[in-house]
Design a protein around this ligand. Structure first.
Ligand code: PLP
Ligand code: COI
Length: 360
């Protein structure tokens, strides 16, 4: 707790009726709370001028480095309300530490994990009324991000950096609730190469995924699957989710880390699955193993996971010239893992792993 945060409440907060109307049907990433958190960094002063102010547009010099060279990192996490009215986040230190790893890759300054958590807690506390009532699986999606805010066109790490936190009430990420996704295999585009930024949560990775994601939509699919850049053979992840494969003998496989985002949901699922007696392998899985396994029945369920999407079943894999799967029902283990996870997040099950962090 080292940040000295000043709070200037919004002069025009949304009315209780407006908040209620938004929370009734929040969608994803459309509406924002009344406030935002900001702190600045320079080499001379370190992190300074921490403040919570009214949510609103930023004024940026057109030469601001992030607009040109994409020196930027972000996080995604959620706050959940429990039945007793308390508000909790899920493994916030993991997000904080992942942001530290991302900051090393993007040559951005380190914001200490304690300060990250303090900033998130402070914003959630001020905008507490935006965390939906329990029982609905709604939550408050929290988006911390760090940008190169120095106005300078030379290519070098920025000497003025800004870290902010904004928050947005969230319902289901996919319209239509939990129904199996159809994935599109891109054989043209890759997401991350050796020595690249694949493990960092940085805007450039998402920018580079958009053309492939658009191709998926054009093919009538929901999301795109990326393969490794070196051989075009091994499954990596989706544009915003990690992947899991369930085998007929009960063991499950998830692609190993290295060039993929080290998902916090992914890591929680390893613990949940192992606790319920399923062996988990983190290893390379080839696209042929996926296709053949689904065709032969050796792979019985496929699912994707992430903060925004939670745990989402995958029904069909399509590629240029073929498809496998076709299941329209979510798999039993997929739904069991999903339920165990959300029960912990919403305080309906014991937090045996110590994942939940009480905000207020
Ligand atoms: N992979 C990518 C590319 C993502 O954007 C995300 C979402 O944050 C994930 C995986 C899942 O990570 P997490 O479970 O930490 O949300
Ligand atoms: C998340 O799950 O938090 C993500 O960041 C995925 C997407 C919204 C970018």
């Amino acid at each position: 707790m080292t940040l000295d945060i000043s709070i200037v409440p919004s002069a025009h907060p949304r009315s209780a009726a407006e908040v209620a109307e938004i929370l009734a049907n929040p969608g994803f990433g459309i509406h924002f709370t009344d406030h935002m958190f900001t702190v600045e960094w320079t080499p001379e002063k370190g992190w300074h001028d921490a403040r919570i102010t009214a949510y609103g547009p930023l004024t940026l010099d057109p030469a601001t480095a992030v607009l040109h060279y994409a020196q930027e990192i972000f996080e995604g996490m959620k706050a959940y309300r429990h039945d007793d009215g308390s508000v909790w986040t899920f493994r916030p230190e993991e997000n904080a530490q992942r942001m530290v790893r991302s900051s090393h890759r993007l040559a951005l300054p380190v914001l200490e994990a304690d300060d990250f958590v303090q900033a998130v807690d402070a914003l959630v506390t001020v905008d507490e009324r935006w965390v939906a009532e329990p029982g609905t699986e709604k939550s408050l999606y929290i988006r911390p991000f760090m940008i190169a805010s120095e106005a300078f066109l030379g290519v070098r790490p920025a000497q003025h950096v800004t870290f902010m936190v904004i928050a947005s009430p969230a319902g289901a990420y996919f319209k239509g609730g939990i129904k199996p996704l159809t994935l599109w295999l891109t054989e043209e585009y890759t997401r991350a190469g050796r020595g690249g930024m694949g493990a960092a949560k940085t805007g450039g990775n998402y920018a580079s995924s958009l053309v492939a994601q658009q191709e998926a939509i054009d093919q009538g699919c929901d999301q795109v699957v990326f393969l490794d850049a070196a051989e075009g053979r091994y499954v990596e992840e989706l544009g915003g989710m990690n992947m899991y494969f369930v085998y007929a003998d009960g063991h499950i496989v998830t692609p190993e880390t290295g060039t993929i985002l080290e998902g916090i949901t992914r890591s929680a699922i390893i613990d949940l699955a192992e606790k319920s007696g399923h062996q988990v392998e983190e290893r390379k899985i080839s696209i042929d193993e996926w296709r053949d396994g689904v065709s032969s029945g050796e792979i019985t369920e496929v699912f994707a996971c992430g903060t925004a999407a939670v745990v989402t079943p995958v029904g069909t894999l399509k590629w240029a010239g073929g498809e496998v799967g076709g299941s329209t029902e979510a798999g039993a283990l997929t739904m069991q893992i999903r339920q165990s996870l959300v029960d912990i997040q919403y305080g309906r099950a014991d937090d045996t792993f110590g994942w939940m962090h009480k905000v207020l």
